[in-house]
Design a protein around this ligand. Structure first.
Ligand code: CS2
Length: 495
């Protein structure tokens, strides 16, 4: 079977099911370096960038995609000249495949460090973007750069080529400063609140950990030449399955090892604060705004908060996917109540958005049965996701004078998932989390009080204010007791 690549793509015939904007992107030069070449980037930012290039005819915004931890995506895409398909699936539209070609170079961050540094110092590169996941920022319990992390430490000592995302970025910017290669925007596309400010703060921590003169010089150059806008990103991109690869092959006759699958929906709201040029992403439907915070909070709480809640409850009940969990009227009701009763009231309505309609659209997107987004995939890295998805919304509701029983149930579901490690049918549930060792302290415990009292002391997740609230802890214990026994507690409780 022939592989998708520049030569074979040129033989493809576009149709209603197969679009090939990639043909226009083949000549693009590199203008963006992207750290974290996962499926999400390929289905989200890459399509906006390619659409913007098509709309303007500007061919200077090709992407250099960099893999972080394993070289497999580099290997998959390198043999395909950077081309890959995005299979779009939904019951309301015919399945369609888009061949994307805006990724013009792929590098493995571990073994091609020199090439990466060269790219980061290329004056034609005016934007550096990141999707390295929540844990990829290697923050400590205080949310600052974790200087006790050996990888971070080694990057600060500078004895070997940088291996962490922040280390690579810092050392790349340092080289850029030495070579006077011009201003650049660092644009974070991970699901963290104030994500641009977070990255700027971590860069600052890195500079401060360097020898004084070196750190000061870098920090000063960054202040003058780099901006860190925040952005809200959204598209549901589950892991690709063999069935997806077969479907795509049916449309092209070609093998595609870089294929990603996505829903039709996509959204990108970007703080308009750039140090130099940028692609005309607004022509592709992205929204540029002065203040992205209300959009970020809306998305992290209504979508990601309900996603995690459905993932933990769904996994415990033996549902494999979010769409399956949504067929259970009880779980569907919990997700709806979580959004409407607990999440929406304290939120500021972003310009032009009706939060109830937004929440309904989120739930409708979850029902897409073709996505097969697994509950255990979303359950992963809970310790990194809970703070922005469930903990800060709990506090926001409490500060607004409300007791958020449904978010509390979502939090209890995470605790039960961690403690029990299996679903109601006895199937094992993996605990894939950078804090797995610490969380493992509650594995196998059957006393709900011990589970809750142990887990709420993890300050990087729960902070110090919430664990002091008695009713919240008591309710968590009650909910965990029910969930351990295979019962879903009622969420309508006396206040
Ligand atoms: C999901 C997100 O895996 C997860 O934790 O909640 O990846 C979600 O699918 C995206 O944020 C949607 O934009």
């Amino acid at each position: 079977m022939t592989r998708l690549n520049l030569a074979s793509a040129r033989t493809l015939q576009a149709s209603t099911e197969l679009t090939i904007p990639a043909l226009h992107s083949f000549d693009s030069s590199i203008g963006i370096v992207h750290l974290g070449l996962g499926a999400f980037h390929r289905a989200h930012q890459a399509t906006y960038t390619e659409d913007a290039a098509l709309a303007t005819g500007d061919t200077t915004w090709g992407i250099c995609g960099v893999t972080g931890r394993t070289a497999s995506v580099r290997d998959q895409l390198a043999t395909q000249d950077g081309l890959y398909g995005i299979l779009q699936k939904s019951p309301t539209a015919p399945t369609s495949l888009r061949i994307t070609g805006i990724i013009r170079e792929v590098l493995d961050g571990q073994t091609q460090q020199q090439e990466l540094l060269n790219r980061l110092t290329d004056p034609q590169v005016r934007v550096i973007t990141l999707t390295v996941t929540e844990k990829g920022y290697r923050r400590g319990p205080d949310n600052r750069l974790n200087l006790a992390d050996p990888l971070v430490r080694a990057d600060i000592d500078g004895t070997a080529a940088p291996a962490s995302a922040i280390g690579r970025l810092a050392r790349g910017l340092q080289r850029r400063a030495h070579q006077d290669a011009g201003p650049v925007t660092v644009l974070c596309c991970d699901n963290l609140p104030n994500n641009g400010t977070v990255v700027a703060g971590l860069m600052d921590d890195f500079c401060q950990a360097l020898p004084t003169a070196e750190g000061d010089a870098l920090a000063q150059w960054i202040t003058k030449n780099v901006t860190f806008p925040s952005s809200m990103v959204d598209r549901i991109v589950p892991a690709t399955t063999d069935a997806d690869r077969r479907d795509a092959r049916g449309l092209t006759g070609l093998t595609d090892e870089g294929l990603v699958i996505a829903e039709p929906f996509r959204q990108w709201v970007i703080e308009d604060h750039f140090a130099a040029d940028r692609p005309a992403w607004e022509l592709a439907g992205a929204q540029l705004t002065a203040d992205v915070t209300p959009f970020e909070l809306m998305k992290l709480r209504l979508l990601n908060g309900s996603h995690s809640t459905l993932a933990y409850l769904g996994a415990l009940q033996g549902y494999r996917t979010i769409a399956e969990a949504m067929t259970d009227p009880v779980l569907r009701g919990i997700a709806t109540a979580l959004i409407r009763t607990d999440m929406i009231p304290p939120l500021e309505q972003p310009d032009g958005v009706n939060l109830v309609d937004y929440g309904d659209e989120v739930l409708a997107r979850y029902e897409n049965p073709d996505l097969r987004h697994t509950t255990v995939q979303i359950a992963m890295d809970g310790s990194q996701k809970l703070p922005q998805r469930l903990v800060s919304p709990t506090l926001a509701a409490i500060h607004a004078g409300h007791r958020p029983h449904v978010i509390t149930l979502g939090t209890a579901a995470w605790m039960t998932f961690v403690a029990l490690g299996r679903d109601t049918h006895g199937h094992e549930l993996p605990l894939d989390d950078p804090l797995a060792k610490r969380l493992g302290q509650v594995r196998g415990l059957s006393d709900p009080r011990k589970i809750v009292e142990n887990l709420v002391t993890i300050e990087s997740i729960f902070g110090s204010e919430l664990p002091e609230i008695d009713w919240w802890r008591t309710e968590l214990i009650d909910d965990v007791r029910d969930l351990l026994a295979g019962r879903i507690p009622a969420t309508t409780k006396a206040n």
